[in-house]
Design a protein around this ligand. Structure first.
Ligand SMILES: [Zn+2]
Length: 429
């Protein structure tokens, strides 16, 4: 029972790496009217090595403090092996030492780029190719990002740095960190074997840092304890602390960039498919599916898994295609308003280190069954193409599906509000 249950959930998890496709676009929209950002002066682009060299002691102390806190605070937290801490005397590869002390994939490019809003491409500026920005495992044929290279010392808008950085954790930060993943660091980082993720996708190893199933029943956890081994909340905590240190010590470029990294993990959890392994499948049905599968009839179980994967994929395609079209048209629209609606923010409790778990993912898990059902009803009226990259279906799409759109706008409202709440707490003096 235990093993097959485990497989059921494992297979249904993480068909897509990203929540709400390109995080940069959503961040621009969500944060555009935040006064703390609006009134902030432009910042100078700074190499990571310069920040680390100038603040080496402060960064070392912060990472030690964070490690102690994480061991006490986060459930199922795998302690960082002591030999990964920053050396007392700075070595000659600051970047590598920093990334390994943070337990981030040391192969990431950390390109110095910003993404413009769609339609504001700045064609005259030098662009980097996707493979210069993202590691191989995260490249995909449907990427639509444009990466404009920025030079050291160049002045850039805080919002551009922050919004661009919000997409960055999907470029390889959390790829191959587990002991059973390929590469060199999995054996050193202490995360143990990969807890979940869909092996059909090359980037699946990042799933336990970008999804969190914090609101399952005890029965589910008892049978599938691996679902609790995920750490998006820890990542958001790490990056927020670093951002605050960078701001406090006069390195605002890295302040905004680190804050953008943490923002990514908050935003991922606003996507119901990142907060619930099989939305719409109640515990009783789950057990029934499983007992039928055990008796040799696993067609229903396979169908449930595939249904969830398809719905997740199709709704992200629908939303991102529609959003790109709206931005090109440049007219006011309820979807754009949902991202930017500041009125939402006061509904939530103040930010805390458990905010992702207690507020963001709880809300997503609550919304997941109705969202999944609305997607199902939409797909019944407009059958999905099986080939995501072909996009035939969305090209014919008129986006006239009120029941689905209502849910979508509500969820994008959550995305906007939690983005502003996290950024505000990172910027607060
Ligand atoms: Zn992600």
């Amino acid at each position: 029972m235990k093993l097959t249950f485990l497989l059921l959930l494992l297979c249904g998890t993480a068909p897509m790496a990203w929540g709400w496709s390109n995080h940069t676009v959503g961040s621009y929209l969500a944060l555009q009217d935040l006064s703390a950002l609006h009134n902030a002066p432009q910042v100078e682009v700074e190499p990571l090595e310069q920040f680390l060299a100038q603040q080496y002691e402060a960064v070392s102390a912060l990472l030690e403090e964070q490690e102690q806190f994480a061991r006490e605070h986060f459930a199922q937290y795998p302690p960082r092996p002591d030999n990964l801490r920053l050396p007392t005397v700075p070595g000659d590869n600051l970047r590598h030492d920093f990334l390994t002390a943070m337990r981030i994939n040391p192969q990431i490019h950390l390109a110095m780029v910003i993404q413009p809003l769609p339609g504001k491409d700045l064609a005259e500026r030098e662009h980097l190719k996707t493979e210069q920005v993202m590691v191989e495992q995260t490249l995909s044929p449907w990427n639509r990002q444009r990466f404009i290279r920025v030079a050291d010392g160049e002045k850039v808008a805080p919002l551009a740095v922050l919004a661009s950085a919000a997409d960055e954790p999907d470029y390889g930060h959390d790829i191959n960190l587990f002991s059973d993943n390929p590469g060199l660091v999995g054996a050193l980082y202490g995360f143990g074997p990969q807890s979940f993720g869909d092996a059909r996708f090359q980037y699946s190893s990042q799933a336990p840092f970008h999804m969190g199933f914090f609101h399952e029943s005890e029965v589910v956890y008892a049978a599938a304890g691996f679902l609790q081994r995920s750490w998006p909340d820890w990542r958001a905590y790490q990056y927020r602390g670093l951002a605050r240190l960078a701001f406090a010590t006069g390195h605002p470029y890295w302040g905004y960039r680190f804050l953008g990294w943490g923002l990514h993990h908050v935003q991922d959890l606003t996507q119901p498919y990142h907060a619930k392994p099989l939305p719409g499948v109640e515990l009783a049905s789950l057990l029934l599916l499983e007992s039928k599968a055990l008796a040799g009839f696993d067609a229903d179980k396979q169908a449930a898994i595939e249904r969830v994967a398809t719905r997740h994929m199709e709704v992200e395609k629908y939303q991102s295609t529609w959003l790109r079209r709206l931005l090109r048209e440049g007219q006011p629209h309820p979807m754009l308003k949902a991202y930017a609606d500041l009125v939402q923010d006061v509904r939530y409790p103040p930010y805390s280190v458990d905010y992702l778990l207690e507020v963001v993912s709880a809300e997503s898990a609550d919304a997941s069954a109705a969202f999944d059902e609305a997607i199902g009803q939409w797909l019944d009226t407009a059958p999905a193409t099986s080939d995501f990259s072909a996009g035939n279906q969305v090209q014919r799409e008129d986006f006239d599906h009120p029941a689905l759109n209502r849910q979508l706008f509500r969820l994008l409202g959550h995305f906007g509000a939690h983005s502003r709440i996290y950024v505000s707490t990172g910027l607060a003096p």
